[in-house]
Design a protein around this ligand. Structure first.
Ligand SMILES: *Cc1c(COP(=O)(O)O)cnc(C)c1O
Length: 344
């Protein structure tokens, strides 16, 4: 086995409802994985049902229909799109496409831990640089590749345009993860016109409520897009996923309604949390807060609410928890436990 495999920490996906069942806890409210808490529209479910009748067949490996719809949705050329089985898969393919051993990779922290994971696997030299509250400044940084995330997981804030531009000037390549961009209503796709070395990542897992379908895409110049398409596994996207994503893009009004609901619930959660803790500014569908109870996550878990403990993530000092905005009832349950723990 390669030595680096022993150095890499397993990706921590957090707790899942079935883990609680095994612990004998009968309620399970999942607020730990930043999913859309609402199911996709009926049109999407119906499309999956129809597509499943063809599941004995391989999908066409180019996924033309899906790319055409993404091109329209993102207002980019067809040739700028590459696909993967989720952004996580695309990150790995990008590392395969771009990185040689010892290449310098910069990862501003606190951010998504998978950037370091895929870079280490390529034997790159990873430098995690800490910016409090992910207020990133790249003026004094350079290297082969930098990973930016906007809105950032787990802090929730976006980066500003100047940061992305400077990163494109200072680095050979820039990967900008926009997994939550739709919640913020802010994207840097237009910068692809100005920079040949920018790669923007998007997913159907969060805003479009298709986390289980495993489908993401990258937007970049055509040469990089072709390389990603060449290196990814040929049938990486299930035809069910491709079809679901296509139909999701035909139902943007449904998602816009849900977006408004989620944002209003996020602000309700923020108001409650701020009574007790420091809450980071967020433009996404989750909130990061700093607290002072060593076992807060377990206390919530015992009461059937799964939160993401991000304490110990590089760049976060003290106890930190990330909580996903749930449905109205789930948010009420969260607020109830929050009050119970803090007022007794
Ligand atoms: C959830 C998340 C992903 C994973 O997306 P998939 O498309 O489900 O693989 C990627 N990046 C960030 C920042 C995320 O939070």
């Amino acid at each position: 086995m390669r030595y680096v495999v022993s150095l890499i920490n397993k990706y921590d996906a957090g707790k899942f409802p079935r883990d609680l069942k095994e612990m004998g806890i009968d309620r399970a409210i999942q607020l730990a994985s930043n999913e859309n808490p609402y199911p996709p529209p009926e049109e999407v479910v119906e499309a999956i049902r129809r597509e499943v009748l063809w599941i004995n067949r391989y999908p066409h490996p180019e996924y033309k229909d899906l790319k055409e719809r993404i091109a329209e949705y993102c207002e980019v050329d067809y040739g700028m799109i590459s696909l993967g089985s989720g952004v996580m898969d695309i990150l790995k393919v990008i590392a395969d496409v771009l990185l040689e051993p010892f290449d310098k990779v910069v990862v501003p922290m606190p951010s998504y831990s998978y950037y370091t994971f895929v870079s280490m696997l390529r034997d790159a030299g990873v430098e995690e640089v800490i910016f409090e509250g992910y207020k990133v400044s790249v003026e004094n940084l350079s290297g082969k590749l930098i990973f930016l995330c906007s809105p950032n997981n787990p802090t929730g804030n976006t980066v500003n345009e100047e940061v992305v531009r400077t990163a494109c000037e200072n680095f050979q390549y820039v990967v900008l993860d926009e997994a939550y961009a739709e919640f913020a209503g802010k994207s840097f796709v237009k910068l692809l016109d100005d920079y040949e070395n920018l790669i923007i990542l998007r997913t159907f897992s969060k805003y479009f409520g298709l986390a289980g379908m495993r489908i993401g895409y990258a937007l970049s110049n055509e040469e990089i897009a072709e390389a990603i398409e060449k290196i990814r596994s040929p049938f990486a996207i299930s035809p069910l996923s491709a079809r679901a994503a296509e139909v999701a893009l035909e139902n943007l009004e449904y998602y816009e309604k849900i977006r408004r609901k989620i944002i209003s619930l996020r602000e309700r959660m923020r108001k409650e949390l701020e009574k007790y803790y420091f809450v980071y500014p967020s433009e996404a569908n989750f909130l990061l807060f700093k607290h002072n109870r060593s076992n807060l996550v377990d206390e919530f878990l015992e009461r059937g609410i799964i939160l993401r403990d991000v304490t110990g993530l590089r760049g976060l000092e003290g106890y930190h928890v990330r909580v996903t905005v749930g449905r109205e009832k789930e948010v009420e349950a969260f607020v109830e436990v929050l009050r119970e723990l803090n007022e007794n």
